[in-house]
Design a protein around this ligand. Structure first.
Ligand SMILES: NC(=O)c1ccc[n+]([C@@H]2O[C@H](COP(=O)([O-])OP(=O)(O)OC[C@H]3O[C@@H](n4cnc5c(N)ncnc54)[C@H](OP(=O)(O)O)[C@@H]3O)[C@@H](O)[C@H]2O)c1
Length: 223
């Protein structure tokens, strides 16, 4: 049994990964900003006899991450795996994207992933653990009306590839995961995709990620 921390686990892909890893006997630790969403996934997992812990934390805030780590230390929770999944998007012509949305996407997708990794790296080193970064096909190629989102995902691709080098010999590995569109709340405030219901479900993508995961550096669900 491994202990797996998943950021942004109150909905979408993070919640599905949590549920599926829990059915395999792992202890999943769910992180997000909205207590009710975390509680609802926690209940589902526990109703299915899974082991789950939840903590509210905004990953864009290093002080909250520090408090999260302290709370987990108090609860004797040492993680084997950090899944940087929390993310947000902003779409449309660059001139129309607000400054606040640019900050939100870069703060969440880029800085949040970096801060969370920095916070848990000492633990992961002591556990010879793993980092899994949920990127997107937006980390593989440029896309129309996705400038800021694509920039954020390329950043995390670069971050992950640099971790491969920096973590050589430490026992810690890092995996970049690339997948295309999913029907999740991610698209709730956007008309960028015509028919979100035609996208694959996060359940299917989580299943594919877990099935294809053999600890390799990269997992390509879609290209
Ligand atoms: N949906 C797609 O088509 C698609 C395709 C490829 C890749 N992805 C990537 O997959 C990942 C998961 O996205 P999803 O589609 O499952 O979307 P989602 O359902 O919106 O999930 C994202 C989660 O992140 C959490 N979150 C956002 N900001 C946060 C913060 N500052 N601190 C902590 N948690 C935060 C949100 O919960 P709270 O608001 O409650 O904190 C939410 O539960 C993202 O990295 C996304 O870029 C999505």
């Amino acid at each position: 049994m491994k202990t797996i921390l998943i950021t942004g686990a109150g909905s979408g892909l993070g919640a599905e990964l949590a549920k599926q890893w829990a059915t395999k006997g792992h202890h999943v630790v769910l992180i997000g900003r909205t207590k009710q969403k975390l509680e609802s996934i926690d209940k589902e997992i526990k109703d299915n006899k899974g082991i789950c812990s939840i903590y509210e934390c905004d990953i864009t805030n290093p002080k909250e991450l520090k408090k999260l780590k302290q709370a987990m230390d108090r609860d004797n929770l040492q993680i084997h795996m950090l899944v940087n999944n929390a993310g947000s998007g902003t779409f449309g012509a660059l001139e129309d994207i607000t400054i606040s949305d640019i900050h939100k996407v870069i703060d969440t997708n880029v800085k949040g992933t970096i801060f969370a990794t920095q916070t848990f790296l000492p633990t992961l080193k002591s556990m010879e653990g793993r980092i899994m970064n949920i990127i997107s096909t937006a980390g593989l190629k440029g896309k129309n009306h996705e400038t800021v989102y694509v920039a954020s995902k390329y950043a995390i691709r670069g971050f992950t590839e640099s971790l491969w080098k920096e973590l050589e010999g430490t026992g810690v590995s890092a995996t970049a995961v690339y997948m295309g569109g999913m029907n999740t709340p991610f698209w709730a405030n956007s008309d960028h995709i015509n028919d979100v219901s035609r996208l694959k479900s996060p359940f299917e993508k989580a299943l594919q990620i877990i099935e294809e995961d053999e600890g390799q550096n990269e997992i390509f669900i879609d290209r």
